[in-house]
Design a protein around this ligand. Structure first.
Ligand code: ADP
Ligand code: ASP
Ligand code: MG
Length: 609
């Protein structure tokens, strides 16, 4: 007998027939001798509908989602109703076929969260009521996406309803699985599992039978909405077995493997250690090409030439430039490949005004799933480096990692400052690398993701001195704005440019905050661009092959798609492109890495419309 948590998403419970199909699957699982806890979403597009109604009853019909979010407490009360409809219906349907069941909402179970409306993180889930009902032979049907806020003065649950953020039912399910020590958490949805990309854009996307937590975390955070990234974070921290399957088919789906032993704490499920490791790599040289023309094919030409010579490029960043039509690209490589790389770079005729080489550099990185959605972590890293008088030359971020290039001579001070700030012990460079599964037949690129929900902000003429990146970020942290893909350009002058992406919904708020501080902090113009998208490739084996980024850039260049920003980490490469070219960018990259299969994937919920 196994204890199984099954989560059914909105399309899986979209109407009465679908609810009956779900009921039958649950019944079969119970009849096979298992105990089952079910977590459900609101039916179909109910949550979207509720958001739209909220907008329409407002005095100002055109008010933005941000303005609506200002009434966050009421929004939570409203949105939480969606899931309550589903639990009641499903529990009734189960009882009707003789299967004892009980429906419970988040506050009845006591899914206790931080007191943050519309984006609450789960602190703990009380297992007692669930276990008592299971002991009576019942299926427990729980409303996903919602919880009840903790009362900070008493430390006990209050009566305030909270929600976890859109797509949050996956997170509810895995949190519940952790609390009741379930054997597996199964996520049922409208696709057969995790695919190489979104089948709604590339119908011949292929199924992955397995994916590592690290890869899934990146994919989910970079726009693959099939899983809520926070659910993967919990699965990894608690070592929970998780799979994604179709609720229409009986296929096995995709297993998400966690190579690590869970380090989670059941009393603060989602409020774990922000930073798990800090590491430094002295085997780095930085090459920067300044003021190269901003048109398709430049990055591709450069990195293809380097890859052809077997040069292993590590960090790549490309930032927007204040001068229209030109870009800076900087990258790091291992020391021993410097001579060759310099020859290749200098011999290219791509119109760079200057090529600079610096071998007095080191890359310091912090990693940790706890930094997802917490902009304060990057700010704290930059602040602690600034307080130690260390200048940051390059920054590159992924969802679970922040790397800064600094002077090698600052290395030891930097490690000490970061250890103090985050209370972590340093690991060697090797030790904190992402697990890189053994098989050589696995494609280096496992998935391609598209995030059309982002906007870019570039802060220009930032004085090149310690503390500037930290100060800029702090303005945004204060407004609770999450940013990613932070890229700081290298420059030949004494000013830098810092560019990053934020959620489109946060763009106006971020712009106002940054413009307000321009004079005080001494930086120049703040340029905003809401017309961009971010396309990314992810794969844990990517670091073992050179030229992967070059292939991505070439595919874009061949399609005449200009790359406006690049940021890399060991397991991903992200490029910012014009939004109108976003889907095409995804398709050509998917094609470049031969990720398509023979058959088109059917998405039943898409076909119905
Ligand atoms: P649910 O309502 O079950 O939670 P979602 O709509 O949140 O379902 O997530 C499933 C959708 O995720 C799919 O229909 C698909 O369009 C999209 N998707 C995006 N990227 C991927 C991917 N790499 N693999 C599978 N599905 C993906
Ligand atoms: N119903 C919520 C949403 O649409 C939560 C979920 O489906 O995961 O965002
Ligand atoms: Mg979902």
């Amino acid at each position: 007998m196994a204890l199984i948590v099954q989560k059914y998403g909105g399309s899986s419970v979209a109407d009465a027939d679908r609810i009956k199909a779900v009921r039958d699957r649950i019944k079969r699982t119970v009849d096979a001798g298992n105990q089952v806890v079910v977590v459900v979403s609101a039916m179909g597009k109910t949550t979207d509908g509720l958001v739209a109604i909220a907008q329409s009853v407002s005095v100002n019909h055109n008010q933005s989602l941000i303005e609506i979010a200002a009434k966050e407490r009421e929004m939570d009360l409203l949105l939480a109703t969606g899931e309550q409809v589903t639990i009641a219906l499903l529990s009734m349907a189960l009882q009707e076929v003789g299967q004892p069941a009980i429906a419970m909402n988040g506050s009845q179970v006591r899914v206790v969260t931080e007191p943050n409306h519309t984006r609450a993180r789960i602190l703990y889930v009380e297992p007692d009521q669930i276990q008592a009902a299971l002991a009576l032979g019942k299926v427990v049907v729980i409303a996903g996406f919602q919880g009840v806020a903790i009362d900070q003065s008493t430390g006990l649950p209050s009566t305030e309803i909270t929600t976890l953020g859109r797509g949050g039912s996956d997170t509810s399910a895995v949190a519940i699985a952790a609390a009741i020590e379930a054997d597996i958490c199964e996520i049922y949805t409208d696709v057969p599992g995790i695919l190489t990309t979104d089948p709604r854009i590339v119908p011949k996307a292929q199924m992955l039978t397995e994916i590592t937590c690290d890869e899934m975390l990146e994919l989910a955070s970079l726009g693959a909405k099939v899983l809520h990234p926070r659910s993967v974070e919990i699965a990894r921290n608690f070592g929970i077995k998780m799979c994604v399957r179709s609720s229409w088919l009986d296929d096995a789906g995709t297993v998400i493997t966690s190579p690590r032993i869970g380090t989670g704490n059941l009393k603060s499920l989602e409020v774990n250690r922000f930073v798990e490791t800090v590491s430094i790599d002295y085997d780095q040289v930085k090459i920067a090409l300044l003021q190269i023309p901003d048109h398709p094919g430049i990055a591709s030409q450069l990195f293809k030439s380097l890859a052809d010579q077997g040069i292993n490029v590590d960090l790549i960043i490309q930032a927007v430039q204040e001068t229209e039509g030109v870009n800076d690209i900087a990258f790091t490589i291992p020391q021993k490949q410097l001579q060759l790389a310099e020859v290749v770079t200098r011999s290219l005729e791509i119109g760079a005004s200057l090529v600079t080489v610096d071998s007095n550099v080191a890359k310091i990185s912090i990693t940790g799933v706890g930094m997802i959605g917490r902009p304060g972590v990057a700010a704290q890293m930059f602040t602690s480096l600034a307080e130690a008088g260390i200048n940051i030359q390059m920054i590159s971020t992924s969802e679970i990692k922040i790397s800064c290039v600094i002077a090698a001579t600052d290395g030891e001070n930097a490690i000490a400052a970061i250890q103090k700030a985050f209370d972590v012990t340093a690991r060697s460079h090797q030790a904190c690398e992402i697990n890189s599964e053994n098989s050589s037949d696995i494609s280096p690129v496992r998935g391609v993701a598209l995030d059309r929900n982002r906007a870019r902000i570039a802060v220009q003429q930032v004085p090149d001195r310690p503390g500037m990146a930290a100060k800029i970020l702090e303005q945004l942290v204060e407004q609770n704005i999450s940013l990613d893909m932070i890229v700081q350009s290298q420059s030949d002058r004494d000013v830098n440019e810092i560019a990053f992406t934020v959620a489109i919904a946060d763009l106006a708020k971020a712009e106002t905050a940054l413009k307000e501080y321009a004079k005080v902090l001494g930086y120049g113009e703040v340029r905003c661009d809401g017309d961009i998208s971010k396309v990314s490739i992810v794969g844990a084996n990517m670091i073992h092959q050179s030229g992967i980024a070059a292939r991505m850039f070439s595919a874009l260049a061949d399609a005449n798609i200009n790359i406006e920003m690049i940021a890399t980490s060991e397991i991903k490469v992200s490029c910012v492109v014009r939004d109108h070219q976003a889907e095409q960018a995804l398709k050509v990259i998917h094609q470049e890495f031969n990720l398509s299969g023979d058959h088109a994937i059917e998405v039943p919920s898409a076909l119905k419309k």
